[in-house]
Ligand binder design. Structure first.
Ligand code: ATP
Length: 256
């Protein structure tokens, strides 16, 4: 098998007296949808924040395309090919959808202040490319109707989609989705499943997701890692993990 896109090795994170993540290891293969599940407080979000470098590991290592992420700052992640969405949407609320998506392109814009001030051909070319990419993402996620709307006035489900769109504008190889279905209704969650499948099948994007909605998890995930109390509990297909007695016990407090 070729080298995994993401390798997590013996990852640990301590917050004072709390060992939030304890010796977690897993690989995410190129092109797969890999999901972290587990009861509240299992350590899923902490693993996510370690991978996106919002936190620094206490122990262990994270490799992306074979390179250690540990010494890289959070703002370098998009440049490396990693984009993420947040549990609580993080958008510029007073800006339009289009403006938010253009901001998502900044990682692909390499120009000096002078080039910018003089609006040189290189700047104009980058602007055109960004605009094309953003329009393509708007079409892909069916956001045409909202292109010029201010984010603050949009329904919650649309704002979640705009956040996904902004992440896609960075053209990531690895997309981190933090509880993408939270706050969505049944229809919106079903649509989300289609988007995730399209991202994987049509765009070849690798997805690492934290998610509680088990019907969504089963529908879109190739593999699932169940965590409990900071540790790995079970790894396998959605059906294997959901049927694992230790996972059932962790969720229900008793074996089936
Ligand atoms: N910044 C922090 N400071 C102190 N403790 C933290 C911090 N972040 C997380 N923890 C603790 O680490 C443990 C794991 O939390 P984490 O949020 O990673 O779990 P989770 O599996 O994502 O839970 P949930 O599903 O409720 O979001 C919990 O005991 C939590 O209280």
């Amino acid at each position: 098998m070729s080298e995994a896109l993401l390798q997590v090795r013996q990852l640990g994170k301590r917050f004072g007296g709390v060992l939030a993540v304890n010796g977690v290891s897993f690989d995410v293969q190129r092109g797969e949808v890999f999901t972290l599940i587990g009861p509240n407080g299992a350590g899923k979000t902490t693993v996510f924040n370690l991978i996106s470098r919002l936190y620094t590991p206490s122990t262990g290592e994270i490799l992306f395309k074979g390179q250690s992420l540990t010494a890289r700052p959070a703002h370098a992640m998009a440049e490396l090919g990693i984009a993420r969405t947040f549990q609580n949407i993080e958008l510029f609320e007073q800006a339009s959808v289009l403006q938010n998506l253009l901001i998502g392109r900044h990682v692909h814009q390499r120009r000096s202040l002078w080039q910018e001030a003089l609006f040189l051909p290189a700047v104009r070319r980058q602007e055109r490319e960004s605009r094309c990419k953003v329009e393509e993402v708007i079409d892909f996620l069916n956001l045409q109707h909202y292109r010029d709307s201010r984010v603050a006035g949009l329904p919650y489900g649309v704002r979640k989609l705009v956040e996904l769109a902004r992440a896609l504008c960075a053209e990531p190889e690895l997309l981190l989705l933090d509880e993408p279905s939270s706050g969505l209704n049944v229809d919106e969650t079903r649509d989300l499943a289609f988007w995730i499948q399209d991202l994987q099948r049509l765009r070849g994007i690798t997805v690492l997701m934290v998610e509680h909605d088990m019907s969504l998890v089963s529908r879109v995930s190739d593999r699932v890692l169940a965590m409990n109390q900071g540790e790995c509990l079970a790894l396998g297909t959605p059906a294997e993990v959901q049927g694992d007695a230790r996972v059932v016990e962790a969720y229900l407090g008793t074996a089936a």
